[in-house]
Design a protein around this ligand. Structure first.
Ligand code: NAD
Length: 709
C-alpha cells in the first residue's frame, strides 16, 4: 500500500499505491500503512530525508467516504479522523525533512499530506488538481487543512479554498503559495531528492513551530481579518440560511484555531469535524451528492444485457430554444449533429446559438479558436429529413403541439435507420400518447431536458408504456455521452421533476389567495433554502406559461378537471391584470428598467390579509412538505425510485442539498413526524396534503426510505 525504499544517500521514498482500490484513497488500511511507514522512516537512523509520492496517476485522491458514512457519534468521529491528523503532525515535527513530490491530483487528505510536508514540488501538468473540496460534501479538511493553509498563505487567501472547495492546477497553486515549485514531470523525483540533500536539513521546523511566528496577512484577531470574519459570517448565513453547517464550522476552525498554537488548533478542527460528520445535513449531502449521483452517472440501473451504444451522430428536430441547446451540448461532447427546422434560416439561427456560446468561451480564454471551429463544424443545419439517415438517435424539440409532433415523428422515422431511437423533449404531453403516432413505439422514449440546456445537468428519461428496456438503455447511453445526469421516470402527467417542483409555486399561490402576506411567503421560501422565492420564480418562468398550461389541462380533462386553489390566482393575474411575469415587466413583482424587483403593492388589495398570519415555519413547512409529499406519491405510484427522486430534486430544481432531496427530507424529518404533520395540514388546508398509503405504512413500521447514514 505504501512502498518503502531507501537509497545509499539515506533518502527514503514512501510511494502511495493502494492497489486494491481504483484510486489512492485514505481509508483505515492505507492510513495505518502510511502511519507505519512514516514512523519507520523517522526511527530509521539511516534515513536523512523522505520523499512522499505515488506510483499511480493520482497522488492521493482524498478520503474514503464509506468511512465517514459509518460515523454515528463524536467519539467514533474522533477515532476515525484523529489518527491521520496525528500522523501528519508527527511527520511535521519529526526533525527529518519530508518533501511531497506531487505527481498527480492531490485533493482533501491528499493535499493535507502535502501541506504537512516541509516542501511541496508538483509536476507541471495542467490536468493535476489541488484543493480541499470537503466543504462541497458538508465536511471540512480534518487533517490540519484548516490550520496549515491559513498559516502558510494567510487567512484571506486560504478562505476561498476552504469555504468554496476551490481546486486549482499546479501553476495557480504556485501563484497562491500552495506549493513551492512546479517542475517538468520527468524531473520531479530528482528535484525532490536534490532539495532534501541540499536544503532539507534547514527546513525541518515549520514557521508556526518557530518562535515569533507572524501570520501572513495578519492574525485573526487583528482588525483586517476580524472585520473580514464578521463580514463573511454574515454573508454566509445569508447564503446558507443556517442549513449548511460546514462553512460555519470551517470559519470557526480558522477563527478560533488560528488564535492558539497549532496543536490546540488541530484539536478544535477535530471537534468541528465531529460535529459535521454526525450531522444530518452532511449525511444527506454525502448520500445524494456522492453516492446517489454517482450511481445515476454510472447508469447503475441500466439493463446490463443491452450492448452500450457509442454515439457519433444525433438528429435534433426544431432549432428553437431547447433544440439549439441540445445541439450545442451534443456538439460539445464531440457528436455530429443534424439540426433540422422548417426553414434554413430557423435552423441557422439554432446553430448561431452554439456560435455565441463558443465565442463567449473563446473571449474568456477557455477555448481556442480552432476548437471553436471544430465544435461548430459538427453541427449541420438542414430542412431535409433525409439527413437523419445515419443518426443513432433523433430528439424532437418542436412546438408543444400533438399534431406537429406527430407529423415530425412520421417524417423522421421514415428516414431513420431501423435501430435508431426517437426521443421527444416534450414537457407536458405524456410519452405513451405521443408514441401512438410512432411506427415503432418500442423505440420511442422521452428525453426531458431543462432550460437552459447547457447549464442544467439533469435529463429525465421517460419510459412510455411501449418503450423497450433496450431503448431506455440507449437513451441513458446518450445522456451519459453528453455528460448529463439521467434519472429514469415512468410516464405520468408532468413526469417527475415538474410535477413535484410544481407544488412549490402552487402552494405559494394558494397561500396568497388565502390572504397570507406575500412578503412572508417569499421570505419563508428563501429561508427554506430554495434557490429563489416562489412568487419571484413564477415571474421568472412566466405567469402566462403556467396559465396556458392550466387552460390546456382544463380542455384535456374536460368535466373531470378539478379546480385547484391556485387556478383563480393565475386567471386573475393573466386575464384581468395582464401581469404576465418578469419578461413583461410585471407579475407578482414590479421590475425597474435595471431589473430590480419589488413585490407588487397591489397584491395586498387583491388578496387582503385574512385572519391571523401563520408563522414563517408554518409557511416554510407547507412550501417544502408539498414537494416531498408529491415526490412520495411518485414513489408510491412507481413513477421514480427514491434515489432518482433525490437526485432529480437537487439537479432539476435546486432542492437544498442539505436536506438530501425531496425524499431524503422525509427521512430527515422522520417519517412518523412527517405523516403526523401532513395529516394536520390536510385537516386545515385540504386533501392535497393527504399522505399516500405506502408512506403511512412505512412510517407505522418505523422505517425509512434510505438506510441510515
Ligand atoms: P421554441 O418555440 O423555442 O422552438 C420550437 C422550434 O421548433 C422552432 O424553431 C420551430 O421553428 C420549430 N418547429 C416547429 N414546427 C416544426 C416542424 N414541423 N419541423 C421542424 N421544426 C419545427 O420551443 P422550445 O421552448 O424550444 O420548446 C420545444 C419543445 O421542448 C417543446 O415540446 C417544449 O414543451 C419542450 N421543452 C421546453 C422547455 C422550456 O423550458 N422551454 C423545457 C423542456 C422541454
Amino acid at each position: 500500500m505504501i512502498d518503502y525504499t531507501i537509497d545509499a544517500d539515506g533518502i527514503c521514498t514512501l510511494t502511495w499505491n493502494v492497489a486494491d482500490r481504483p484510486m489512492n484513497v485514505l481509508n483505515l488500511a492505507s492510513i495505518a500503512a502510511f502511519d507505519a511507514a512514516v514512523n519507520r522512516a523517522i526511527a530509521d537512523t539511516a534515513v536523512k530525508g523522505v520523499i512522499v509520492t505515488s506510483s499511480r496517476p493520482e497522488f492521493v485522491a482524498g478520503g474514503d467516504l464509506d468511512l465517514i458514512r459509518r460515523i454515528r457519534t463524536a467519539e467514533e468521529s474522533m477515532a476515525s479522523s484523529g489518527p491521520f491528523s496525528r500522523t501528519l503532525r508527527t511527520l511535521e515535527t519529526s526533525g527529518k525533512p519530508f518533501v511531497a513530490a506531487i505527481n498527480g491530483t492531490a485533493l482533501g487528505g491528499g493535499l493535507e499530506i502535502c501541506l504537512a510536508c516541509h516542501r511541496r514540488i508538483v509536476a507541471d501538468d495542467a490536468k493535476i488538481q489541488l484543493g480541499v473540496p470537503e466543504v462541497t460534501l458538508g465536511l471540512l479538511p480534518a487533517a490540519g487543512g484548516t490550520q496549515r493553509l491559513p498559516r502558510m498563505i494567510g487567512i484571506k487567501a486560504a478562505l476561498p479554498y476552504l469555504l468554496e472547495g476551490r481546486k486549482v492546477a499546479p501553476r495557480k497553486a504556485l501563484e497562491d503559495g500552495l506549493v513551492d515549485e512546479v517542475v517538468p514531470a520527468a524531473d520531479l523525483l530528482a528535484r525532490a531528492r536534490a532539495w532534501l540533500l541540499a536544503e532539507g536539513a534547514r527546513a525541518i521546523v515549520k514557521p508556526w513551530d518557530a518562535k515569533g511566528f507572524k501570520f501572513p496577512g495578519g492574525a485573526p484577531q487583528t482588525p483586517g481579518p476580524t472585520q473580514m470574519f464578521f463580514g463573511m459570517a454574515g454573508a454566509l448565513l445569508g447564503k446558507t440560511q443556517g442549513l449548511y453547517p460546514a462553512p460555519e464550522a470551517i470559519l470557526a476552525c480558522v477563527y478560533d484555531g488560528c488564535q492558539v498554537d497549532i496543536d490546540a488548533g488541530l484539536k478544535i478542527e477535530q471537534r468541528q469535524f465531529a460535529r459535521l460528520a454526525t450531522s444530518a445535513a452532511t449525511k444527506n449531502m454525502i448520500r445524494t451528492l456522492f453516492y446517489s449521483m454517482g450511481e445515476a452517472n454510472r447508469l447503475a440501473g441500466r439493463a446490463r444485457d443491452v450492448p452500450r451504444r457509442e454515439y457519433k451522430r444525433v438528429g435534433v428536430l426544431g432549432a428553437g430554444m431547447m433544440g439549439a441547446g441540445v445541439a450545442y451540448v451534443s456538439a460539445q461532447a464531440g457528436l455530429q449533429v443534424v439540426l433540422l427546422d422548417t426553414t434554413a434560416e430557423a435552423a441557422a439561427r439554432g446553430k448561431d446559438y452554439s456560435a455565441k456560446l463558443l465565442d463567449a468561451q473563446v473571449a474568456k480564454g477557455r477555448l481556442t479558436a480552432d476548437r471553436r471551429e471544430r465544435t461548430l463544424g459538427l453541427i449541420e443545419t438542414t430542412t431535409d429529413y433525409a439527413a437523419l439517415a445515419d443518426c443513432q438517435i433523433v430528439i424532437e424539440a418542436v412546438f408543444e403541439d400533438r399534431a406537429v409532433k406527430a407529423d415530425v415523428t412520421r417524417r423522421a422515422e421514415a428516414a431513420m435507420a431501423p435501430d435508431a431511437v426517437f426521443a421527444s423533449n416534450t414537457s407536458t404531453l405524456p410519452i405513451t400518447g405521443l408514441a401512438r403516432e410512432s411506427s415503432r413505439p418500442a423505440q420511442f422514449v422521452g428525453l426531458h431536458f431543462f432550460s437552459p440546456v447547457e447549464k442544467m445537468p439533469l435529463v429525465e428519461v421517460i419510459r412510455g408504456e411501449a418503450t423497450s428496456e433496450a431503448t431506455i438503455a440507449h437513451a441513458l447511453d446518450y445522456v451519459k455521452a453528453i455528460r448529463k445526469t439521467p434519472i429514469v421516470v415512468n410516464d405520468c402527467p408532468a413526469f417527475y421533476a415538474n410535477r413535484a417542483f410544481g407544488m412549490f409555486p402552487y402552494e405559494a399561490m394558494t397561500m396568497l389567495a388565502e390572504g397570507v402576506n406575500p412578503h412572508l411567503i417569499e421570505n419563508a421560501g428563501r429561508m427554506a433554502g430554495m434557490p429563489m422565492p416562489p412568487l419571484a420564480l413564477i415571474d421568472e418562468f412566466s405567469v402566462e406559461l403556467l396559465y396556458k398550461a392550466l387552460r390546456q389541462r382544463r380542455i384535456d380533462d374536460g368535466a373531470a378537471y378539478r379546480e385547484q386553489p391556485q387556478d383563480e390566482v393565475l386567471v386573475t393575474m393573466v386575464e384581468k391584470l395582464g401581469r404576465l411575469g418578469r419578461k413583461a415587466g410585471q407579475g407578482f413583482y414590479d421590475y425597474s428598467p435595471e431589473g430590480k424587483r419589488t413585490l407588487w403593492p397591489g397584491l395586498g388589495e387583491l388578496y387582503p390579509r385574512a385572519g391571523e398570519q401563520p408563522t414563517v415555519d408554518d409557511v416554510r413547512r407547507r412550501l417544502m412538505y408539498s414537494q416531498s409529499l408529491e415526490a412520495a406519491r411518485c414513489l408510491a405510484e412507481g413513477v421514480v425510485s427514491a434515489r432518482d427522486a433525490d437526485v432529480g430534486s437537487l439537479l432539476g430544481w435546486g432542492f437544498p442539498a442539505a436536506l438530501g432531496g425531496a425524499i431524503s427530507y422525509i427521512d430527515t424529518v422522520g417519517a412518523a413526524t412527517f405523516v403526523a404533520e401532513c395529516d394536520q395540514l390536510a385537516r386545515r388546508h385540504g386533501e392535497r396534503f393527504e399522505v399516500p398509503q405506502a408512506l403511512r405504512d412505512m412510517a407505522a413500521r418505523g422505517e425509512r426510505y434510505f438506510a441510515e447514514g
